[in-house]
Design a protein around this ligand. Structure first.
Ligand SMILES: [Zn+2]
Length: 263
């Protein structure tokens, strides 16, 4: 059974392809599916698994961010369960419209800017945009009655979090501070990829991303040219994972914090 319960009416399935998590949150009105896997074929497998679980019908879809492995199954869920609302942060919807594969994508049709509470009948869940990070439009979903937080790819367990050409390395640590403020020492945090973790794990990852941001700020401030920055810095993670972080960080630093190299 791919879906295992991690708390009262919260089930997580971890799929080997892209090691991605799909989570279900149940209420008396039905199930919310949080992320829809990376293709029609993969999402059909998820729909089969939801039916095998027998916990009810899906009544809403959440995309934690625009990336394909979290959103390209939207259409399959609509085909299986009818015209479900697809909920995402407003920036995630824009990013998916701009960068997603138009032949595959079904766009979110219900968006929010900072926070949104959803009524599942006998329980409420909260969606919060903690700020920019892994992308410009990440959301976290909190289930307060069981102290569970779904973190999307702001937190990863099975690999170091991924800095892409759409990520915000200088903002990410501050966004994780907001995420941490939504958790307690007893919280269960479900990352976008890998096994569930606790608050200490998130704090540790926040600190590493914070060191990366500070290192980027320091290198730029000392006038180290971008093409030497990755090799010059001392990093908490393998440097081959940090090329985009450094490039994006240099781009995003305010002019006053960058110096031209002194020749
Ligand atoms: Zn992602």
């Amino acid at each position: 059974m791919p879906f295992t319960d991690v708390a009262d009416r919260v089930w997580v399935a971890r799929y080997p392809q892209w090691d991605v998590n799909v989570t279900l949150v149940g209420g008396s009105d039905g199930l919310l599916v949080v992320d829809t896997h990376g293709s029609d074929a993969h999402a059909r497998e998820v729909v089969d698994d939801v039916r095998r679980l027998g916990a009810g019908e899906v009544t809403g879809i959440i995309n934690t961010h625009w990336h394909f492995d979290h959103s390209y199954g939207n259409r399959t869920f609509r085909t299986a369960y009818g015209e479900l609302p697809i909920i995402a942060h407003e920036t995630a919807a824009e990013e998916l419209a701009r960068w997603g594969d138009a032949d595959v994508v079904v766009l979110p049709d219900r968006t929010f800017s900072s926070a949104l509470a959803l009524d599942l009948g006998d329980r409420m869940v909260e969606l919060v945009h903690p700020g920019k990070g892994h992308t410009g439009g990440d959301l976290v979903l909190r289930v307060p009655d069981v102290d569970v937080l779904l973190a999307g790819d702001l937190v990863e367990e099975s690999a170091t979090p991924s800095f892409g050409d759409d990520s915000w390395p200088m903002d990410w640590p501050l966004s994780l501070d907001v995420v941490l403020a939504l958790t307690t020492s007893a919280s269960l945090v479900v990352p976008g990829h890998g096994a569930p973790v606790d608050r200490d794990f998130v704090e540790e990852q926040r600190n590493q991303i914070g060191i990366i941001a500070e290192t980027i700020r320091d290198l730029a401030g000392r006038g180290v040219p971008l093409d030497q920055a990755v090799e010059t810095g001392e990093w908490p993670w393998p440097r081959e994972r940090l090329g985009e972080a450094v490039r994006r960080g240099y781009e995003q630093l305010p002019r006053s914090q960058k110096r031209l190299p002194l020749i």
